[in-house]
Write a protein that binds this ligand. Sequence first.
Ligand SMILES: *Cc1c(COP(=O)(O)O)cnc(C)c1O
Length: 388
Amino acid sequence: MSEEGRTYRRRTQLVHAGRDPAAQHGFVNTPTYRGSTVLSPTVAHLKSREGYVYGTNGTPTTTALETAWTELSGAAGTVLLPSGLAAVSIALLSMVKAGDDILVTDSVYRPTRNFCANVLARLGVTTRYYDPLIGAGIAELIQPSTSVIFTEAPGSQSFEMQDIPAIAAAAHARGICLMMDNTWATPLFFPPHERGVDLAIEAGTKYLSGHSDLLLGLVSANAEYFPRLRATFDAMSPCAGPEDVFLALRGLRTMELRLREAERQGLALARWLQARPEVLRVLHPALPDDPGHAIWKRDFSGSSGLFSVVLKPVAQARVEAMLDSLKLFGMGYSWGGFESLVIPFDCTTYRTATTWTPGGPTLRFQIGLEDMADLQDDLTKGFAHLRG
Ligand SMILES: *Cc1c(COP(=O)(O)O)cnc(C)c1O
C-alpha cells in the first residue's frame, strides 16, 4: 500500500492491506458478503459489466483478500481458490496445453503428483520429475515442449532446499513459466516474485488461517502471467467460500506474529530433538548443519514451525507405540494451526526421479503455540515408548 507514493513497511501493510473502512460505514473489517445476483440500477450499467457483476466474479470480501495478498506477495494479481490443492491445479491448468511437458520437483506435495498423473496426463500433458537439488542443471532437462517448471522449497516432508533464482534464470532463458508452492515460507519469509517466480501458490489453509478452521488456496502471479491465470479462473469459477475468505482476512492481520512464534518454537524443539539419542537427523533448513542451510540463509528471511525428524533405526511397532502415546501432538494432516501435530511419512514409496534413503523412520512435526516444556515432557514420555 502506498500513500502519497510512499510504500509502507511489512508490519504496517499487514494491518492495512485490503481494508477500506470508509466503504464499510466506518467498520474496521470488510464483512462476509454472500451472494449470487448483483443488481444493476440501469440497463446501461447492466451491459457495462463494470464493478461487481455476479457472485462468481468476486465480492468486496474476495477483493479485500486478493488485494492484500497481491501487495504482500509483490505480485500483479491474485486469485482465491477453495483449497490449496485447487490453487495448485488451477495454476497448472492455466499454463499448459495438450502436447506440453512440465518439470516437477521430486520433493513436491504428494497430491500435486496425483493431479499430474490423473488429470494432466489425460489432457495430453506429460510430467517429468527432477531432483530437487538440480539448481541450474534444470536447463539440460528443458525441451521445446516444456511449458512449466514447478518448484517447492523446502520439499514436502523431506525439506530439501531448491535454488529458486538459478531455476528461474534457466526457465526464463527459454520463456518457461516458473511456479512455486510457497506454502511453507509464505510471502513473509520468501518473496516469490522478487526471486523470479511467475506463479506462487499458497495453501491459505495453513499459516494464513492459523487456526485449522478453514480451507483456502491463493495463486499470485506477475504481470506477464496474471491475465492467463485470471482468464482460466473466470472460465472455471472455482470460488473460495465467503466465510473462509473472511476468516483468512482476520488471520492475515496477525500472520507475521504467529509465524515468528512458530519459527521460534519450531527451532527450539528442532534443536532439542537434535540432542536426543533416539534421533539420527533433523531436517530443518534453518539449522546451520542442514544441507540446505546456505540457500535458505541467502534467499529466505525466516522459517516456519514445520520440519521432519529421522529416527535411528527401530521397529515400526515401536514408532507406532511412541506416536500412540503422545497427548499434546495430534496425529492428523495439514499444519499451520495453533496446535502441535505429528505424522509418520515415507517418501521412498512414491519418488521417481531420486531415491530417498533417510536411514531410519521419519516423522513430520508441526509445532504449535503450547508451552515448550510441556511439549518436551510429552515427547520425553513418547521416547520411553519408542525404546520399549
Ligand atoms: C497443505 C498443502 C497444500 C494443499 O492445501 P489444502 O488446502 O490442504 O488443499 C498444498 N501444498 C502444500 C505444500 C501443502 O502443505
